[in-house]
Design a protein around this ligand. Structure first.
Ligand code: 13P
Ligand code: SF4
Length: 314
């Protein structure tokens, strides 16, 4: 009872601080349920980028990981952007440091690469890219890339390989992976499928090729909502981070969602996404800290490929 009352007070406090600060709360589909429930908007990286750009509140409280909050600051620099926990990183972003990409491009200057960067990367990497993509628009972005240029896709080799299959375009791939999505295996997916033989398998494109091959649908987290709503089945196996199940249960009531298991666990959690809590969100709104601060030159260079993406994927 006490815990419930404390949770309720915290939610009231967050709503009060939000009004006081004139803040908007944006949350990714992988956030814990209580953060999703207090947010003004919950979505995938693409939807969140549009929302961040259009936000007219003074403060954007971004409940997601660092590169997402950084993207919000890049496209809406006049706003104060706060992230409940600065340690909310991303293994994909870590796999591709900007100096390493810069050196790679310099050493291969003869390739004259057109660089397509998955949004899961730092502002420094975005500043080196020609265009950004998310899992929701990667196919469209790659299809619109110049036909006379060599393509380099960074940093997710699994998403890159999937996009190559979908578009028929050859790309050189950076060797990064999402440490969460590579935990799903053909063995773990086959095991759960044997338990629910009639349930379509829905997988994120960050999964390995062996897992994607077993899926009935491969798509971004936002597209999963529509797929499950419109597909005539009552049970679905969701092969992505566990936070997605809350969003699906809320938006597609009456259907059943089974978490895709790994070989070690019954579901997969992203430790970076799960570092944000209601308490940290309340503290961030109170102190307007931790705040995302960017070097203006890097921000300006990183903004161009994001705006190109937003334009192409409208
Ligand atoms: P989405 O853009 O599909 O939500 O994916 C973001 C992400 O970090 C997946 O791991
Ligand atoms: Fe990064 Fe993977 Fe976590 Fe998404 S799930 S934020 S790609 S580590």
């Amino acid at each position: 009872m006490v815990a419930l009352k404390e949770g309720y007070d915290l939610i009231e406090e967050i709503h009060g601080l939000k009004r006081q600060r004139n803040a908007v709360i944006l949350a990714h589909n992988y956030q814990v349920p209580e953060i999703q429930d207090v947010a003004d908007y919950v979505g995938d990286s693409l939807g969140l980028s549009y929302r961040a750009k259009e936000a007219d509140a003074d403060v954007i409280a971004f409940c997601g990981v660092h590169f997402m909050a950084e993207t919000a600051k890049i496209v809406n620099p006049a706003k104060t952007v706060i992230l409940p926990d600065l340690d909310a990183g991303c293994s994909l972003s870590e796999s591709c440091p900007a100096p390493a990409l810069g050196a790679f491009l310099q050493e291969r200057a003869d390739r004259n690469y057109y660089v397509i960067a998955y949004i899961n990367c730092s502002a420094g990497v975005k500043a080196l890219a020609d265009v950004i993509c998310t899992s929701g628009n990667a196919v469209k972005i790659v299809e619109s890339a110049p036909k006379d240029r060599n393509l380099l896709f960074v940093p997710d080799q699994n998403l890159g390989a999937w996009v190559m299959q979908q578009t028929g375009r050859k790309m050189d791939l950076w060797k990064g992976t999402c440490y969460v999505h590579v935990e799903f295996t053909s063995n773990s997916v086959n095991r759960i499928r044997a338990q629910y033989p009639d349930a379509p398998v829905v997988a994120h494109p960050e999964c390995t090729a062996a897992v994607r091959m077993l899926a009935d649908e491969v798509c971004s987290t936002e597209k999963m909502v529509n797929y499950c709503r419109t597909t005539p089945a009552d049970t679905f196996i969701i092969v992505t981070e566990s936070g997605m199940l809350h969003r699906l249960q809320k938006e597609v009531p009456g259907k059943r969602f089974i978490a895709g298991p790994t070989d070690r666990c019954s579901c997969a959690d992203c430790r970076f996404m799960k570092t944000n809590t209601l308490e940290k969100l309340r503290n961030a709104l109170q102190r307007l800290q931790p705040e995302i601060i960017l070097d203006e030159e890097v921000r300006r260079r990183a903004e161009r490929p994001i705006l190109r993406m937003l334009e192409v994927s409208r």
